[in-house]
Design a protein around this ligand. Structure first.
Ligand code: NAD
Length: 477
């Protein structure tokens, strides 16, 4: 059912040199289902050496040859979707349908970047002298160190791996120790698609030890991290110290504004479904619901009825619509957010408590009239908590939306084109989705501003993060 996860270094699946491993727990049952190898410094160095020789080979494959291998990896992911999705649900907790969707979207991401590989165009700049050619070419940046979290064990990783490989870079991926199996299966698809040894390498272990070693290593040229803002700032400062290029995909605290002229039924259905997807452990989850006072009652009635119909349980069981939180830390964090909000005067309209004492289940929770100084109004809840407050004017909604230092995703619902256009411009976030949920497609840019990080992980922008620009000026000899 769940196989023990090894490191993948230089084209071989290997145990950690020190023999250490980390247990993997099923958050629905609290049973240990397997383990993942925990790399020592010697393994990290072996991965760098493998990535160095992998880079020398991979960068010299034509873009078409790289694309062919990547397309084969995408096919393998699709063929293996059932087994991979089961492993993901067992290790992370999300329901099987979400695990399947994540795996299939990852195949689309790989294919999209495979198609971009031959399109890393440079340009020719007209020269001041007839015998001179001025060329701008794009080259792979070098060996990439990528660090990815547990909430989307495949998708957070594949966006980095596929973009880097398409650009001609080799990659050392430090995957999520708490949900390593599905991430390793994604890497296995590249291995089985005949990516040359060292093009992709996979490590698990003590995150801080691996990141510090890799970021300061002279052969690593690019750092990409997805995770919390606090860790992101630490890694970005280390990268700055060593002059490494960086992409940072960090936390969010998305405002979701429902104006009085909105289709409230559609707004509630779409926002609620996206609030409780993966039990709320999603960086773009709608979090601060700002509802116009004239539609507040209708919104709450529909939202409460949606919540009442959520079926909580083991994600492997048919009919479950929300699984457990991914680990025990999240239960403690979410409980802390709820009690602090209540102390500050918030009202619990639904949920608010842990369910049972086996598995990390927490009730879908709606807090209303939450004051801005409650902790949960300022820190990413990363759990099934919706914060619902009323507003009266457009300016009031924008002020609250932009109050925080986060700036990842934001949502708005209105039937007025004028309001839609105005809100799209007024909100300080990397992504704004209006009247539908349209984020995180392979072909569209995904990323944040302010404390939510910098750089893009989808769309044509994403491959640029893995390319250097080189200027060559050439006169006839
Ligand atoms: P955390 O902040 O310790 O870890 C977040 C991620 O960063 C994990 O994957 C972890 O392995 C990694 N990490 C931590 N220290 C690291 C280091 N020094 N070097 C490299 N990687 C490191 O805590 P957590 O309990 O796993 O999650 C807590 C918070 O992180 C959540 O509340 C959420 O706000 C945020 N988070 C965000 C995302 C996202 O998609 N942006 C994903 C997971 C967690």
């Amino acid at each position: 059912m769940y196989r023990d996860v090894l490191l993948y270094i230089g084209g071989k699946w290997v145990s950690a040199s020190g023999g250490k491993s980390i247990p993997v727990t099923n958050p629905a049952t609290e049973e240990i289902i397997g383990s993942c190898a925990s790399a020592e410094t010697a393994d990290i160095d072996a991965a760098v050496a493998a990535a160095e020789s992998g880079f020398a080979v991979w960068r010299n494959f034509s873009p078409q040859k790289r694309a062919k291998i990547m397309r084969r990896a995408a096919e393998l992911l699709r063929e293996r979707v059932e087994a991979i999705a089961r492993a993901m649900t067992m290790e992370e907790g999300k329901v099987l349908a979400e695990s399947r969707a994540e795996t299939l979207v990852a195949a689309d991401v790989i294919e999209w970047f495979a198609e971009e590989a031959p399109r890393t165009y440079g340009r020719v700049i007209p020269a001041r002298a007839m015998e001179v050619y001025q060329l701008v070419i794009k080259e792979p940046v070098g060996i990439v160190a990528a660090f990815t979290p547990w909430n989307f064990p495949i998708n957070q990783a594949v966006r980095k791996v596929a973009a880097a490989l398409a650009a001609g870079c080799s990659v050392i991926l430090k995957g999520p120790e708490e949900a390593p199996g599905s991430c390793a299966e994604m890497v296995r698809c590249f291995a089985d698609a005949d990516a040359p040894p060292g093009a992709v390498n996979l490590l698990f272990g003590v995150p801080a030890r691996i990141s510090e070693h890799l970021i300061s290593h002279r052969l690593i040229r690019k750092i990409s991290f997805t995770g919390s803002t606090a860790v992101g700032k630490h890694l970005a400062s280390l990268a700055g110290l060593h002059m490494k290029r960086v992409t940072m995909e960090l936390g969010g605290h998305a405002p979701a504004i429902v104006f009085e002229d909105a289709d409230v039924d559609a707004a509630t259905r779409i926002l609620a479904a996206n609030k409780f997807r993966n039990a709320g452990q999603v960086c773009v989850a709608p979090t601060r619901f700002l509802i116009h006072e004239n539609v507040y009652e209708e919104f709450m009635e529909r939202f409460l009825s949606f919540v009442a119909n959520i079926r909580i349980g083991d994600g492997l069981v048919a009919g479950t619509t929300m699984g457990p939180l991914a680990n025990e830390r999240r239960i403690a964090a979410v409980e802390g957010f709820v009690s602090d909000a209540v102390e500050h005067g918030a009202h619990i309209a639904a949920g608010g408590q842990r369910i049972g004492n086996k598995g990390y289940f927490f009730q879908p929770t709606l807090l209303t009239d939450v004051p801005p100084d409650a902790k949960v109004m300022n820190e990413e809840p990363f759990g099934p908590i919706a914060l619902v407050n009323r507003f009266t004017t457009f300016g009031e909604a924008v002020k609250e939306a932009n109050r925080l230092n986060y700036g990842l995703a934001s949502y708005a619902y209105t039937r007025s084109t004028k309001t839609a256009t105005a809100i799209g411009r007024a909100i300080e976030s990397g992504m704004v989705s209006i009247n539908h949920h349209g984020l995180a497609l392979p072909e569209t840019p995904f990323g944040g501003v302010k404390d939510s990080g910098y750089g893009w992980e989808g769309g044509a922008e994403a491959i640029d993060a893995y390319l250097n620009t080189k200027f060559i000026t050439q006169a006839s000899g």
